[in-house]
Write a protein that binds this ligand. Structure first.
Ligand SMILES: Nc1ncnc2c1ncn2[C@@H]1O[C@H](COP(=O)(O)OP(=O)(O)O)[C@@H](O)[C@H]1O
Ligand SMILES: O=P(O)(O)OC[C@H]1O[C@](O)(COP(=O)(O)O)[C@@H](O)[C@@H]1O
Ligand SMILES: [Mg+2]
Length: 525
């Protein structure tokens, strides 16, 4: 009998290897950690695979696919207000046409066509049929990598809604760190709520703190108030970390008589929003909690990309280009740029790729050694010898094993990282001094310049889609959901499914391989 591996499997494998026994680890469910073996001075990528997103399957059972799909359908079903309370639907007030609803251009009634999304509409979560588990980036369920359809719910306005817009009070809150596009999302939520006929819209200031810090009053929002907020970066409502006492927040939601809460934030915020949703359910409140994923790190599972990411990658180009010019102009110049990315290297990988000038790209997901014949420093020597200068781009979460662990956390409980940029700068300087070769290291750390900017055009469109869909989701009666883009289609997902782990760059992916092709860097181990 071929059983799937145990639910919690820990194994030590070499960097990038993902084949555990006969079963390939689902990239998105993989949690990984880099361990440094002091004796052998090598690093090992320790993969802790948690098979959270599939049941124990017996592949010798001819019905395993049906079993998988049934379980998948349950996991991705959207929590709805009517699951716990009696609520009746009513016809939507959201008109898709500027002329009278149901009247077409000829003036005749149109019965069959409507522009609403049907509750049974679905989008495919995965669109590649891998011929083999060894195909690049293969993401398989069974050892044969069989094709299994995985359907998720389509986002958009429904014909039936579960709130009377004129009595709705809606709140918006932005949590965590800043991200380009927050104001665009706030603005679109307000405009869409008004289109449904909602008149009472408020902003909660400075994240979850705004719910219980008395001096942080509600900000009344309307089309007039938010009209131009997208022209600036930051959050019109302010952000913050920490301060998430779920019971107090739900007390506050009740006291404020909120019917809908739109929560903009990353992994931590989603965990908070889901806890708020669960508490509202426990109290049988008719409150919809809907998230919009916000993270420049792009580290939320299942989504093509999160808003602000493109803008951050674009903002990083200025830093990389300056480092390039400095390095190229100096004698034996080495440009070093550190970019944001707490545990995922998406910004660094994409910024390196789009710049085309980066020689060494270092991300948290791919271990590297600094010293020795295969180390980063030796490769830098080679670059100085051969082209006369070099450019390194490193993610802030990379190489943390080389730094003193402080165990300090921020107000939200996120680990405070050591400064890999400063460490690398020192290491490079001393290395070249040691070997008696001149070097001129220019270190640029653009930090907040990546995220304190307004959204670029493509992010502004993404924010528009997400903000509008968040409102449609709330009116459709869903709660405990988030909205994103999967394979270019707009979907709703239950919150727990997107926060099972952080989304990481897959060292076996085509994108990382493209990055390696572009930089020309060897494996540093
Ligand atoms: N596991 C959790 N459960 C409940 N609330 C959380 C959790 N993690 C973080 N939060 C709250 O969510 C907010 C934002 O979290 P943070 O990690 O700073 O940013 P992000 O949402 O961008 O990941 C903070 O107010 C924090 O207290
Ligand atoms: O200095 P702050 O505000 O804590 O933010 C730093 C962190 O913000 C990030 O941009 C991600 O923040 P989020 O948790 O808000 O998504 C990380 O890349 C970075 O480590
Ligand atoms: Mg976070």
């Amino acid at each position: 009998m071929a059983l799937a591996p145990p639910m919690d499997y820990a194994g030590s494998v070499s960097s990038g290897q993902k084949h555990l026994g006969c079963f390939r680890v689902h990239t998105s469910s993989r949690l990984q950690r880099v361990d440094y073996d002091k004796k052998s001075r090598t690093k090992q990528l320790v993969v802790r695979a948690i098979f959270v997103d599939r049941p124990q399957l017996d592949f010798s059972n001819p019905n395993w696919k049906e079993q998988f799909q049934e379980d998948f359908g349950k996991r991705f079903s959207l929590p709805h207000l009517r699951d716990v309370i009696d609520v009746e639907p009513r016809p939507t007030t959201f008109s898709l046409k500027s002329r009278t609803p149901l009247e077409n251009v000829n003036g005749s009634m149109q019965e069959s066509w409507n522009g609403y999304v049907n509750d049974d509409d679905r989008a495919l979560l995965k669109v590649i049929k891998f011929a083999s588990p060894t195909s690049a980036g293969a993401d398989c369920i069974d050892p044969d990598c069989s094709w299994v359809e995985q359907w998720v719910h389509r986002a958009g306005p429904r014909k039936q809604i579960y709130f009377e817009p004129q009595y709705v009070k809606a709140g918006i809150v932005t949590c965590g760190g800043l991200c380009p596009g927050l104001n665009d999302v706030i603005r679109q939520i307000v405009l869409t709520l008004e289109k449904y006929g909602v008149k009472n819209i408020v902003g909660i200031q400075h994240g979850f703190r705004g719910f219980f810090e008395d001096h942080l009053s509600e900000v009344p929002l309307s089309r007039h108030v938010v009209q131009n907020i997208n022209l600036a970066g930051g959050s019109f409502l302010g952000v913050s970390r920490g301060g998430a006492n779920i019971s107090d927040i739900v007390d506050s939601i009740q006291a404020r008589r909120l019917d809908m809460l739109f929560v903009l934030g990353g992994n931590g915020t989603h965990a908070g929003a889901n806890a708020i949703h669960e508490e509202c359910r426990k109290r049988k409140l008719q409150v919809s909690i809907v998230c919009v994923p916000k993270t420049i790190d792009n580290d939320i599972l299942l989504m093509d990309k999160t808003f602000g990411f493109d803008t951050a990658v674009e903002a990083a180009q200025r830093a990389i280009n300056s480092a390039y010019i400095e390095a190229h102009s100096a004698f034996h110049g080495i440009g070093l740029v550190k970019l944001m990315g707490r545990s995922s290297g998406f910004i660094t990988m994409h910024a390196s790729l789009s710049s085309g000038q980066v020689d060494i790209c270092l991300i948290p997901e791919v271990p590297f050694v600094l010293d020795g014949p295969n180390g980063v420093l030796r490769h830098l020597e080679h670059l100085i010898e051969t082209k006369g200068f070099a450019l390194v781009c490193v993610a802030e979460g990379a190489g943390q094993e080389y730094l003193q662990k402080s165990n300090a956390t921020d107000a939200s409980g996120n680990m405070v990282l050591g400064d890999i940029g400063v460490h690398l700068q020192q290491k490079i300087k001393y290395h070249f001094k040691d070997i008696g070769v001149h070097s001129d290291v220019k270190y640029i750390d653009p930090t907040y310049m990546l995220r304190a900017v307004r959204a670029n055009a493509s992010d502004a469109i993404l924010c528009t889609v997400l903000g509008q869909n968040a409102v449609h989701g709330a009116f459709a009666g869903f709660s405990g959901i988030t909205t994103g883009v999967c394979n270019t289609h707009n979907v709703y997902l239950p919150i727990p499914e997107v926060i099972k782990s952080t989304r990481f760059v897959d060292p076996n992916s085509r994108m990382w391989h493209r990055c390696l092709t572009s930089t020309g860097q060897p494996d540093f181990h």
